[in-house]
Design a protein around this ligand. Structure first.
Ligand code: FAQ
Length: 330
């Protein structure tokens, strides 16, 4: 099994014979499909890698509210507004489940936020692109939530119990998000000429950034091999990207829209599409903080954190008062 991972990702994973007995027993539990719980012994690198991935995932959910939040006040009907509002609130909830899962690994929420605000911890590249028209709300739901689900469904079987359980709840809601996005695209693609153009333009701008959500190509993925051996990750980046393309191209055809890739062609032999690689220079630029909206997104998050300071202080004072009262009464 490990030899296979080395082949697909180009990275080596330590063989069991090189592990000490505690590490070997841990790996055997993972291989047997057992869940690791917060109080169980775990290698320090497993804990750190999980904090990195779950933390980034949580930050993505929270920062991911911003591009859609931008359209709540401009939704075309009351019904669309209520749906979008509910979706954005769901994303906040997903962030909270994930922060809770990360906290069980011994990092506080304040530390996680501090690492987001300082740029030490990443969030998904996709949220550094602007949402320019109402059709972008369709494209985000259809493509961004669609890509998120493709990645998250396998993560329901991830080895760390709290992460796996959070993913089960999240996936239920994500499928509603994807369908509401597709529904917006259906309306636009079957609407007036101007609406069709908006739908096509949204697909043109979001297609490659959506493909980038799965991470760099396998040969450049730093974490895949070890993360897969530990079942922190269940598939390689390229495997999931391929599945996403295979699932989404027929949906674009159904909408009567054109995927903006002239190299897109069905490959009978592999039973999937051949398609162009995203522009990896653009991807690395965006995750280094130089995307179109990185500065704006981080500023918004930092301001929200500072504006909320009085709430955290008031809750802390209230908790201290209650604890003091309980102690006096005891
Ligand atoms: N953006 O070695 P790998 C959502 C970084 S949720 C930014 O392949 P890994 C819901 C990576 O961190 C979307 N950075 O990394 C929603 C690493 O840098 P580091 C989020 C990226 O971890 C919808 C470096 O590149 N989902 O959308 C990205 O094995 C609508 C090397 O990469 C998750 O987080 C990227 N796209 O694989 C919300 C799912 N890709 O940390 C609102 C869980 C890679 O060493 C509205 N995460 N990097 O500094 C995962 O499955 C994995 O972490 C991957 C990356 C697949 C994202």
């Amino acid at each position: 099994m490990y030899a296979q991972m080395v082949k697909s990702t180009g990275q080596a994973v330590r063989d069991k014979s090189e592990m000490n007995p505690q590490e070997r027993a841990f790996q055997e539990r993972i291989d047997a499909g057992e869940k690791i719980e917060p109080k169980d012994w775990m290698p320090e690198a497993y804990r750190k890698n999980l904090i990195r991935q779950i933390g980034q995932h949580a930050h993505s959910e929270i920062v991911g509210q911003l591009p859609e939040g931008n359209w709540i006040t401009r939704a075309p009907t009351l019904e669309r507004k209520a749906i979008l509002l509910a979706k954005v609130q769901d994303e906040a909830g997903h962030g909270l489940y994930l922060y809770c899962a990360a906290e069980t690994l011994g990092i506080s929420r304040d530390e996680l936020f501090e690492q987001l605000h300082s740029g030490k911890m990443k969030y998904s590249s996709i949220f550094n692109y602007p949402t320019l028209t109402w059709a972008d709300m369709g494209a985000v739901g259809w493509l961004v939530d669609g890509a998120a689900i493709m990645n998250q469904v396998p993560l329901q079987r991830t080895s760390f119990g709290p992460y796996s359980r959070a993913m089960i709840r999240i996936c239920k809601e994500e499928s509603f998000h994807q369908r509401q996005g597709f529904d917006i695209m259906m309306k636009m693609a079957n609407g007036t000429e101007a609406q069709k153009r908006m739908a096509q333009d949204a697909l043109n701008r979001f297609w490659f950034p959506a493909l980038m959500m799965f991470g760099p190509s396998d040969k450049d993925s730093v974490h895949s091999a070890q993360s897969m051996a530990w079942k922190i990750k269940m598939n390689t980046n390229d495997e999931l990207r391929q599945k996403f393309v295979d699932q989404t191209v027929p949906q674009a055809e159904y909408l009567g829209l054109t995927v903006p890739d002239e190299n897109l062609v069905w490959n009978e032999e592999k039973g999937g599409y051949d398609f162009s690689e995203p522009d990896w220079n653009e991807f690395f630029d965006v995750i280094s903080g130089n995307g179109p909206c990185n500065t704006e997104r981080l500023e918004t998050r930092k301001n929200a954190w500072e504006d909320g300071a009085w709430v955290r202080e008031a809750m802390q004072a209230h908790a201290e008062k209650r604890a003091a009262r309980a102690k006096a009464a005891a």
